[in-house]
Design a protein around this ligand. Structure first.
Ligand SMILES: NC(=O)c1ccc[n+]([C@@H]2O[C@H](COP(=O)([O-])OP(=O)(O)OC[C@H]3O[C@@H](n4cnc5c(N)ncnc54)[C@H](OP(=O)(O)O)[C@@H]3O)[C@@H](O)[C@H]2O)c1
Length: 364
């Protein structure tokens, strides 16, 4: 990308903006109903991701899902600068999300982290800033599935709320327009919603036809929190540490391939049409122009029928792909402990209003 100053222009093949759906958030803000992911899954270089973002913007994407831990915000920032300086598009046409990484939950670190992200992306505000994981448990990019941080801890509600108070300050300061959560459960959200001054506008979570999370999805919708779905086509090139023998493959599911054939699209397009029609915002990643374009075209045209949607609702396999083992805090734990689906001591809430819970009380 370096040395290509002012080489941005909209593509002749771009999708008409009027055809791309939007979601209206509780705040009244309009959020594009599809975004471009930017996680290179530990094998796509920063420059390749940035080139894909530039291609995506030229083809019509206006929503970009970034994170400091992806290590590429500086490269993406150079693209955004070039696009905005090019004059064809303005900042207010974009929805830019970023995320606070786990090692920056401490007092004072949230502001620092947000300031670094804004510097790297070369922006003066974010549309959405998410707490990437509800644990302050660091892991290095590219680590193996057995990697554990010696400082790792379970979800400690007071600690999370100290981080959330700083997230709220970012809104007060005008540095971010919305804040949100990611990788949380209903049990954690019950506590967060009880104590938050500014409620999460969005929750980013794994969502694809084989992992539909219906209870959490309905819980969010009932409370006006917009679900944003990551790994929307089943993350076929995810890192090794996120692969298990029991994992299923959405884009090979016979229900999906049959609907894809009937609509003349790739199975990935069916996953994305399903996502948008169900009401979540998918954020697919791709490095290939053809796929970047066809993913956007899929949500801008030819909706699925009620029969298609019913058939897709029936293929949920409760197959979580991003299990998060590297965030566990004891050697003898299972990944289910992260998601509050085991009997273990998974939540600590010692706050005055909440009393003692978790190790404690919160059985499902
Ligand atoms: N909040 C979180 O904790 C969290 C966790 C994971 C991910 N995310 C976000 O979600 C984004 C998407 O998730 P993801 O990258 O894991 O999974 P994904 O979007 O489901 O899958 C991406 C992969 O699918 C392939 N692909 C894309 N479009 C295709 C098409 N039309 N036909 C065939 N293959 C296609 C891409 O390969 P090609 O390059 O070959 O097209 C790419 O490797 C990430 O980039 C990141 O921004 C957030």
């Amino acid at each position: 990308m370096r040395g290509e100053q002012n080489s941005f222009s909209l593509s002749e093949d771009r999708v008409d903006q009027r055809a791309i759906p939007f979601v209206t958030l509780s705040s009244g803000a309009q959020m594009p109903a599809i975004g471009m992911g930017t996680f290179g899954s530990d094998h796509v270089s920063d420059d390749e991701v940035a080139a894909a973002v530039k291609e995506a913007i030229a083809l019509g994407y206006r929503h970009i899902d970034c994170a400091s831990v992806y290590g590429n915000e500086d490269s993406i920032g150079r693209v955004l600068q070039e696009v905005l300086e090019g004059g064809e598009l303005s900042r207010d046409e974009f929805w830019i999300t970023s995320k606070l990484w786990n090692d920056m939950h401490g007092d004072g670190d949230v502001l620092l982290s947000c300031a670094r992200t804004l510097r790297d992306l070369k922006l003066d505000y974010l549309d959405l800033y998410l707490v990437h994981w509800p644990f302050p448990n660091f892991h290095a990019p590219g680590c193996s599935v057995d990697s554990r941080s010696p400082d790792a801890v379970p979800y400690i509600h007071e600690r999370f709320m100290r981080t959330w108070r700083q997230m709220e300050r970012l809104v007060d300061m005008g540095l971010v327009r919305h804040i949100g959560t990611s990788n949380v459960t209903i049990r954690k959200l019950e506590l967060i919603l009880r104590d938050a001054r500014i409620l999460p506008a969005c929750n980013e979570m794994e969502l694809h036809p084989h992992f539909q999370q219906p209870e959490l999805f309905d819980y969010l919708c009932a409370r006006g929190i917009q679900p944003v779905g990551f790994s929307p086509i089943g993350s076929p090139h995810r890192p090794e540490r996120d692969r298990a023998e029991t994992d299923t493959v959405d884009i090979e599911d016979p229900v999906i391939t049959a609907i894809a054939e009937a609509h003349g699209v790739h199975p990935a397009g069916v996953c994305l049409k399903w996502a948008v029609q169900r009401g979540q915002i998918p954020i697919p990643f791709s490095t290939r122009r053809r796929n970047i374009l066809s993913n956007l075209e899929a949500v801008a045209s030819d909706p699925l029928s009620a029969e298609d949607m019913a058939a897709l609702a029936g293929i949920d396999k409760n197959c979580r792909l991003i299990k998060g083992q590297v965030f566990l805090w004891n050697d003898d734990q299972r990944w289910q402990d992260l998601w509050d689906i085991s009997d273990g001591p998974v939540i600590q809430d010692h706050s005055a209003r909440g009393g003692m819970q978790g190790s404690d009380t919160e059985e499902e």
